[in-house]
Design a protein around this ligand. Sequence first.
Ligand code: HEC
Ligand code: HEC
Ligand code: HEC
Ligand code: HEC
Ligand code: HEC
Length: 499
Amino acid sequence: MTTGDAPARSFQQRFRAWYKKRLPIFWDNWVSAAGSMIALVAVFLLVLMFFLYLYNMLVGRESNPYVDLIGFMILPVLLSGGLVLLVLGNLLRRAREKRDGRVHTETMFAGKDVVRRAVLVAGGTFVLLIGIGLFSYEAYHYTDSNQFCSYVCHEVMIPEATAHASSPHANVKCVDCHIGPGADWFVRAKLSGIRQVFAVLSDDFHRPIPTPVENLRPARETCEVCHWPAKFHGSRLVTYQRYAGDRDNSAQTTALVLHVGGPGGAAAGTASGIHWHVDPGNEVRYRHVDRERLEIVEVVQSTPAGEIRYLRDDADQHERQGSWRVMDCLDCHNRPTHIYDLPHRAVDLALATGKLDSAVPWLRRQAERVLREIEPDSDTAALVADRLRAIYAAEYPGDLAALEASLPATAAALAAILERNVWPRMRITWNTYPSHLSHFDEFGEFGTGGCFRCHDGRHEAATGAMITTDCDACHAVLAMEERNWDGLQGITAEAFLRR
Ligand code: HEC
Ligand code: HEC
Ligand code: HEC
Ligand code: HEC
Ligand code: HEC
């Protein structure tokens, strides 16, 4: 191949001579032939993928996760697999030739044989590719299914999956909130998923899983696929059936007109009500000094009207500490789907829906007590029944017969509540995952969490303005645990007006 070669040899002839000499490497045995073909196809597709990717980026189009999966996860594997086969085939060939004492000379780069091989190898590669494509498509779907997320890591995910299954989002897939659309989050999720699988296998994970989830995808990109702030408007009447802790389990009503609110009109920044925080024109940033985001020492509100900075009364003890976060849906709706009950609320609901019999004296009070005392076990209902029987025998012997009459149903209902909310193996108990959507503590008293992390009368601006603590800013309380609430009579339109 030096330039001193006879000029009579054309380039074509020289290339052929060169190629023939090297042909065995690629072509002379089945394994290498298949390997080189696979590698070649993979390279071709990768180049294609790359240009597709560039094109998508240029026109700003969302790439398709299926295509990306095959492109960026399968093709490189295919390419390296092909190369491995190529080398392997040649090693085998060499070994065989050595054993047989043959020296390799012949190559078959002519005639029908080559055509036949080429067709066979191409056909085989094609079938293989389709097979891999179908397989990875199915694998992709499977790893995205609720079933995979919840039951592959049974012990770890079962509390969340159970809560999810009885929530307003039961029909929304885990991945719609935890991953969302687009390939980059998809790859990130699968990578951290692989890490998590190892964590579960080696039993090396937190119990309970800590929240807030650190690298949850921003709500703007997940929740807002289905809910968008500009849609919210007006107020909403909510009523709750509650029961008192007296002998009669007296029924009570709590009723609120919640000023959910939303944008005032087409113009951004004219919003009011609770969803004011997420109006496109507004931004609320806050600095928290604990991991759980409960201790909020500084809040900055930016609206088209300007910026206001509120400092908590103890902010000077926390100067430059903590981290900043822009408020989004999850700062209030942190439990949109993994909703855990509290004992008193769960008992109220069971009484209201007839799962517990309100004719059993003292049941509201004692059922709550038993829920707080007992952990689920292999036979939770028996534990509950024994405990209730013991309490009534000691404290209300006169009512023991009334308890016994419906004890099996009562115990079953309470066991179901326990098994839905308390998970000893994951160390999840009552209020392990508090909701931010209100301002009550785990016993139903006014607390310091939820809205009251900021609306607590401790956050003040330089002007002296406070983040509001006016009950009526958020809701009109029509009835608060009232025994004989007379419905909406006497309530004026005023209560429903957005503030
Ligand atoms: C409607 C949206 C949504 C769906 C659907 C959803 N999740 Fe979540 N999930 C969340 C949010 C939001 C958090 C974060 C809570 C926080 O940071 O305080 C979370 C947190 C978690 C946690 C951490 C523990 C906890 O309770 O906070 C686990 C585990 C989890 N999800 C698993 C799942 C599984 C498994 C599924 C499907 C069966 C699922 N999620 C479906 C929104 C969702
Ligand atoms: C795939 C679509 C989808 C996604 C993503 C989604 N939701 Fe929903 N959401 C729904 C549906 C459907 C309902 C049920 C509406 C109904 O029952 O009337 C709902 C209901 C709700 C409700 C009302 C619950 C109630 O008690 O009535 C809230 C609050 C909510 N979603 C918040 C969120 C938040 C926060 C996120 C992001 C973490 C989110 N959603 C993500 C579809 C979605
Ligand atoms: C400042 C706290 C807060 C923020 C931030 C917030 N919400 Fe809400 N949202 C509420 C409250 C409180 C309710 C009323 C809850 C109820 O009805 O029990 C509500 C109600 C809802 C409902 C039910 C509406 C209805 O009228 O039925 C949906 C859906 C919802 N929010 C979605 C979102 C989404 C999506 C975001 C983020 C863009 C968001 N919220 C941000 C506090 C908030
Ligand atoms: C991170 C701090 C923070 C949290 C948490 C928070 N808010 Fe606010 N909120 C603010 C700030 C700042 C303002 C603006 C100052 C003001 O109006 O008092 C505001 C204003 C409001 C307003 C008045 C909006 C208007 O019409 O002008 C309502 C209503 C409200 N919040 C409800 C809620 C509810 C309900 C929750 C809990 C579910 C909540 N907020 C949680 C910081 C917060
Ligand atoms: C920053 C907004 C905000 C302020 C201020 C506020 N609340 Fe609330 N309150 C809420 C939200 C949000 C809920 C939960 C509504 C729901 O059930 O979805 C709630 C729920 C309630 C409930 C129903 C509790 C139940 O039984 O479930 C009562 C009663 C109540 N508030 C009373 C008050 C009173 C009294 C004040 C004034 C001292 C007050 N709230 C101040 C936002 C606020």
